[in-house]
Design a binder for this molecule. Structure first.
Ligand code: NAD
Length: 497
């Protein structure tokens, strides 16, 4: 790594930001990965004004859908051409294991490909006529869209916003998390190389507390697509309400995973482990509340704890690693506070609970898979998002109580069910309140399937073929077909001629 300042992409130019200089650090070592200057408020204003001009004058919005799609296909290819380099960079930027960052990069490419296809196949409709006119429902781009992303899955989160926004004909100002800006910048380079007109994408790294309100409240920003914490999301929702601006908010979660008494235990153990401990639990959809049928509870927990104790925590560059470090020292301290709180509330540790230090872990922010039991759904560790590798296990006696407890959360992002009985799983799945319910699987994603949360987990949906419409305004067109003037005016054409 060099101490050279990394340029950022503002208004079609690659140059240093005018905000404070800072380093992004590798969570496995605490060492700087790159130095850059954040964007300041002037940079942000320049990016928004230029995006507006590019929206008005670059011709992007007027290009035929298949022409815009061609650029998006090239962006997908650009990502694939650099896949390994991007995956390694993302590993350094946020410390995820290399196998995971490779998957995120592949998913970003697939997202551009998918929205290219959605763009060129989007149909506008002729609606049934109810008079002497033909009626159509069409879609228009909005203008400049703000895309705001968190640190936990950079290039995939960014692609999920930028791809549909560009496909729809908009310009984008992308604000990545301050601590993980590198993949957003690379994505902008790939967009440039693919022939996206200049100014249609700017990247403004920096603190949300400095740039956030100026970005979301700016009159030229016509839509905000946000992924991050619930508190920030609600703040943005207030700003959006004042502007009457559409927003989508992908927020936090506290998702239940449910093991029924007829579950296939091998599948359930593997799925519960993956659901909470992959990404070191730094996932909005982490299955952090585990409900197990009481009849199975002891044998299931024994198997789960034994399997969790075998998970390989360590160097994210090692292809065998399953869990890397947490994102920062401060975040690890927050996870530790929650575990201490759980213990103070009467919880018992079945596994983990002590930070990992020593030669094998260097200066990295490692924390092991941690399992607590002896707690109830009302306790804070079951109500608040920990965003780390901490699972709280609870037995349940009957499905009615289970359902009430699983649904008793401010969050409602995801849920999982493990059962061999598909009718039972169907009935339970339909009554769980969550944006996504996985049955006999967990944390699987498809760009072709909508994603989003209920309640404090968010508003609006991303992904899915119609995800592109989130970035467009609907418009109705009426074409008069009557050879006569409108009757109300009383004009007699024969008398008039
Ligand atoms: P965060 O809310 O602190 O930050 C997210 C982004 O918002 C960052 O880019 C940040 O700089 C920016 N921001 C901060 N204040 C802002 C403001 N006032 N206006 C506009 N932008 C502002 O969240 P985080 O700590 O980066 O990410 C973790 C959170 O993200 C967790 O709660 C997690 O559940 C959530 N998340 C949700 C999803 C989902 O799809 N539902 C996916 C990933 C992460």
């Amino acid at each position: 790594m060099t101490s050279t300042t990394l340029p950022i992409c503002i208004a079609g130019h690659w140059r240093a930001g005018r905000g404070e200089r800072y380093a992004t650090c590798y969570p496995a070592t605490g060492e700087p990965v790159a130095w850059l200057n954040a964007a300041n408020l002037e940079d942000l204003e320049e990016a928004i004004q230029c995006a507006h001009q590019a929206f008005l004058h670059s011709g992007w919005a007027q290009r035929k859908p298949h022409e815009r799609a061609a650029v998006l296909y090239r962006i997908a290819e650009g990502i694939r051409a650099q896949a390994e380099e991007l995956a390694q960079l993302q590993r350094q930027d946020n410390g995820k294991p290399i196998l995971e960052t490779r998957a995120l990069v592949a998913s970003a490419a697939a997202t551009f490909q998918f929205f290219a296809a959605a763009c060129e196949t989007l149909e506008e409709t002729i609606t049934p006529s109810r008079g002497d006119f033909m009626t159509m429902s069409v879609y228009e781009p909005m203008g400049v869209v703000a895309a705001i992303t968190p640190w936990n899955s950079p290039i995939a989160s960014e692609a999920q916003k930028v791809a549909p926004a560009l496909a729809a004909g908009n310009a984008v100002v992308l604000k990545p998390a301050e601590i993980t800006p590198l993949l957003a910048l690379e994505l902008a380079r790939i967009c440039d190389a693919a022939g996206l007109p200049k100014g249609l994408i700017s990247v403004v790294p920096g603190k949300g507390s400095i740039l956030g309100d100026a970005l979301t409240s700016h009159p030229l920003i016509k839509r905000v697509s946000f992924t991050g914490g619930t508190r920030t999301g609600k703040h943005i929702a207030h700003i959006a309400a004042d502007k009457m601006m559409p927003v989508s908010l992908e927020l936090g979660g506290k998702s239940p995973t449910i093991v029924l008494d007829d579950a296939d235990l091998d599948h359930a153990v593997a799925g519960v482990l993956y659901g909470i401990f992959s990404s070191s639990g730094e996932a909005c959809i982490a299955g952090s509340r585990l409900f197990v049928a009481r009849a199975l509870y002891q044998p299931f927990m024994q198997r789960l704890v034994a399997a969790a104790s075998q998970l390989r925590v360590g160097d994210p560059a090692d292809e065998r690693t399953q869990m890397g470090p947490l994102i920062s020292a401060a975040h690890r301290e927050s996870v530790e506070r929650y575990v201490a709180l759980g213990l103070a509330e009467g919880g018992r540790l079945l596994l983990g609970g002590q930070r990992l230090e020593g030669a094998a872990y260097g200066q990295g922010y490692y924390y092991p898979p941690t399992i607590l039991e002896g707690l109830g759904n009302q306790q804070r560790v079951c109500r608040e998002e920990i965003f780390g590798p901490v699972l709280v296990a609870m037995p349940f006696d009957d499905e009615a109580t289970l359902l009430a407890e699983a649904n008793d959360s401010l969050y409602a992002l995801a849920a999982g069910i493990w059962s061999r009985d598909y009718k039972r799983a169907w009935a339970l799945g339909r009554r769980l309140q969550a944006g996504t319910v996985w049955i006999n699987t967990y944390k699987q994603f498809s760009i072709s399937t909508p994603f989003g949360g209920w309640r404090d987990s968010g508003l609006g949906r991303e992904k899915g073929r119609l995800g592109i419409l989130q970035y467009m305004e609907q418009k109705s067109l009426y074409w008069g077909m009557n050879p006569q003037p409108l009757a109300w005016a009383g004009i007699n054409m024969e008398a008039a001629s």
